[in-house]
Design a protein around this ligand. Structure first.
Ligand code: SAM
Length: 255
């Protein structure tokens, strides 16, 4: 029995029905470049590899690697990158939008990892991840919903996001305290709305959600003048959670 390392977010999947369900929604094909983040002991890897034939995986924990190699022996070509996924260059596999990224992600680094991946969307066809249910709800939330916030806006700027299904704690060892969920992200290859200056847009969204209960006028007082709200046709008395991604981009483009 491998002793899970809590600081690496290790909760290993063991429920064969859930694993089968995840493989079905991913539907890996042999000719596709697929990369798995955090393969751990190989619960997903050994189910995906025989279908994909070739798989790249990124794993930070050296301790799991011999177990992973053993679990996947003879199932296909497995390339192990012993590295931190937060610094991994996802553009190295392909110049076109064909890369498929999958993983039962370490929950402790889920937001920075998602933001890191957003830099590579022009290389990525789709992503399927297991994350905390509450995080997936935030990723997929629409304007006006309680879960809608900075993560929703920043990810939905780049991707279409679908909440696929919920996974109970009992599917993992050790069992996490919360429900998990599977999410699909499909990067837009042509963005529906384009920020003229991405850094300005990102900072605007960050400031707007810095104090959720306050109006946009208050949160953005060091950022937007009354005429900016007027030009963008946005009521400064509103709260950030009522603005769509398009509204945020429009306002950012007047700054
Ligand atoms: N895929 C396995 C499964 O479903 O049973 C393990 C999932 S576990 C939730 C997350 C995995 O990510 C662990 O194997 C952990 O060692 C690895 N990990 C944690 N931080 C990482 C990082 N920064 N880069 C790459 N892998 C990481």
């Amino acid at each position: 029995m491998y002793k899970a390392k809590k600081h690496l977010g290790q909760n290993f999947l063991h429920d064969p029905n859930i694993i089968r369900k995840i493989v079905t929604v991913i539907a890996p094909q042999p000719s596709q470049p697929i990369i798995e983040i955090g393969p751990g002991l190989g619960a997903l890897t050994q189910a995906i590899l025989p279908l994909a034939k070739h798989l790249d995986v990124i794993e930070l924990d050296e301790g799991v690697i011999p177990h992973l190699q053993q679990a996947c022996a003879g199932l296909g070509e497995l390339i192990i990158h012993h590295q931190d996924a937060l610094t991994y260059d996802f553009s190295q596999h392909t110049d076109t939008a064909t890369l498929r990224v999958i993983g039962n992600l370490p929950y402790n680094i889920s937001s920075p990892l998602l933001f890191h991946l957003m830099q590579y969307t022009k290389h990525i066809k789709d992503m399927h991840f297991m994350l905390q249910k509450e995080v997936v709800e935030r990723m997929a939330a629409k304007a006006g919903a309680d879960a809608y916030g900075r993560l929703s806006v920043m990810l939905q700027y780049h991707c279409q996001i679908q909440y696929l299904f919920t996974v109970p704690p009992g599917a993992f060892r050790p069992a996490p305290k919360v429900d998990s969920a599977i999410v699909r992200l499909i990067p837009y290859q042509t963005l529906p709305v384009v920020a003229n200056d991405y850094a300005v847009f990102a900072e605007l969204v960050k400031q707007a959600f810095s104090q959720r209960r306050k109006t946009l006028r208050n949160c953005l007082k060091n950022f937007c003048q009354p005429e900016h709200f007027q030009q963008a046709n946005i009521d400064p008395q509103l709260r950030a959670e009522t603005l769509s991604v398009t509204d945020f981009v429009r306002l950012a483009n007047f700054l």
